[in-house]
Design a protein around this ligand. Structure first.
Ligand code: AHG
Ligand code: MN
Ligand code: MN
Ligand code: MN
Length: 334
């Protein structure tokens, strides 16, 4: 049985009128960049790509070499492809302007070029997350403010997870689909069409080391959870925390679960660790398209009106009944 390639899938989506030729081209460019990032990540110490870059980003994080290398690979791929998008990234303070000498593309591409940086040097799965918005009508050269659109405005979102396989998971608003990289040919081949997240789960992804810093509603939800008291999960449940969002979300899209990174008072100025525009929104879109749910504990993530390019948000996503229960705890506490 010959598998559908990503290229063929995208042509079919274009023929069905779900994406334009330019959006097809942009997604193909991002996929090619992810292939190149996968090769670079795979070199590890042999490629001199491990360890710190000696620089910092606007998040106040020390940048890993691979954070910077992956960011450059995505920017170069967008340039080679004719600047179809202006770009914003976890690793850049501001978005990139579209060069005057190019025809000005219609899209805004946001990305977390290397997600799970703390895992790079210990050979644990990492990934790339991306989100595509339309450039607002009437705007020639978009600036940061033009990126501040809610997650419902996304026209595409996806991630690549660099694990035992390199798998690209993508939605263009009609289901969530997985494509695994055939390294010999450099082709992404469809391995799952229409991923579906089970509505209930017994598997929880929470970094429990922050427990003493959570708000009371989260404390009480987890107490309830650890007691195995209610819900279909019964007494037996599992905890899994990989500390690479892409790997945790990929497990949830594959077999269900709930991923929670709640608000904590370690740094009250930050309403959570994860970034809305290039982590929570794209993952929320993928999860909803697979029958799951994504909230900030009180409201749907995709409906949050952004106020800043790098703003953070608490994240509850995955099996929809579990997300609903955790969200109920927080809403009832208000
Ligand atoms: P990034 O490496 O892009 O900065 O993202 C890391 C994020 C996310 O991937 C993961 O779920 C979370 O940080 C892990 O946080 P802790 O290290 O606090 O567990
Ligand atoms: Mn990340
Ligand atoms: Mn990152
Ligand atoms: Mn980071």
């Amino acid at each position: 049985m010959s598998r559908t390639s990503l290229t063929r899938f995208l042509v079919e989506e274009q023929q069905a009128g779900r994406i334009t030729a330019d959006l097809r081209q942009l997604i193909a460019i991002v996929a090619r960049a992810c292939n190149l990032i996968s090769i670079t990540v795979g070199k590890g110490a042999l490629g001199g790509v491990l360890g710190d870059a000696g620089t910092g980003n606007i998040q106040g994080e020390a940048q890993k070499k691979l954070d910077v290398i992956s960011n450059d690979i995505l920017l170069e791929a967008n340039a080679w492809g004719g600047h179809l998008a202006a770009c914003a990234s976890e690793e850049m303070d501001h978005s990139t302007p579209m060069p005057a000498e190019y025809p000005h593309g219609d899209f805004l591409l946001l990305f977390d070029p290397l997600d799970g940086s703390s895992n790079i040097d210990v050979n644990v799965s990492v990934g790339t997350i991306f989100s595509v918005l339309r450039k607002p009508a009437g705007v020639e050269i978009p600036g940061d403010a033009d990126f501040l659109q809610p997650g419902t405005a996304q026209v595409a979102a996806g991630y690549a997870v660099y694990g035992p396989q390199t798998t690209l998971v993508l939605t263009v608003g009609h289901g969530t689909h997985a494509f695994t990289l055939d390294r010999e040919s450099g082709t992404f081949l469809m391995t799952q069409r229409g991923m579906q997240i089970p509505e209930d789960t017994k598997e929880f992804a929470i970094n429990m080391s922050n427990q003493r810093h959570w708000e009371p509603a989260m404390q009480s939800y987890v107490e309830h959870l650890l007691a195995g008291e209610t819900g279909p999960r019964g007494k037996n449940f599992n905890m899994r925390w990989i500390a690479s969002m892409v790997a945790d979300v990929h497990r949830i899209l594959t077999r269900g679960g709930i991923f929670i990174y709640p608000w904590d008072k370690k740094d009250p100025s930050k309403p959570g660790k994860l970034r809305l525009m290039y982590e929570a929104n794209p993952m929320g879109f993928l999860v909803e398209q697979a029958g799951g749910a994504a909230t900030n504990g009180r409201e749907r993530i995709l409906e949050i009106e952004p106020t800043a390019l790098h703003q953070r948000v608490p994240v509850f996503l995955g099996s929809k009944n579990e997300v609903a229960e955790a969200t109920r705890y927080h809403r009832n506490a208000d």
